[in-house]
Design a protein around this ligand. Structure first.
Ligand SMILES: [Zn+2]
Length: 72
């Protein structure tokens, strides 16, 4: 039932996890479908592999941000 609703009215996505400034993980509030931003900037389904990549990316991003903050 909830999937039919999404098909008719589009998904209702919220940002679930901010990886970097450009890469985010989204989740549909209605059906629970998850998406993420690919390296090409497109929205793609959030697979286990993508989740792993995002985790690494987030670590790198946070590390880089910390180094930058120290420099100031
Ligand atoms: Zn949905």
């Amino acid at each position: 039932m909830k999937n039919i609703y999404c098909r008719l009215f589009n998904h209702d996505f919220i940002v679930k996890n901010e990886i970097t400034k450009f890469v985010k993980e989204y989740k549909c509030l209605r059906c629970g479908m998850q998406l993420t931003t690919s390296d090409k900037g497109e929205l793609v389904p959030l697979t286990d592999k993508r989740r792993e990549i995002n985790k690494v990316l987030k670590n790198l991003y946070n590390k880089r941000r910390k180094i930058k903050q120290k420099a100031y």
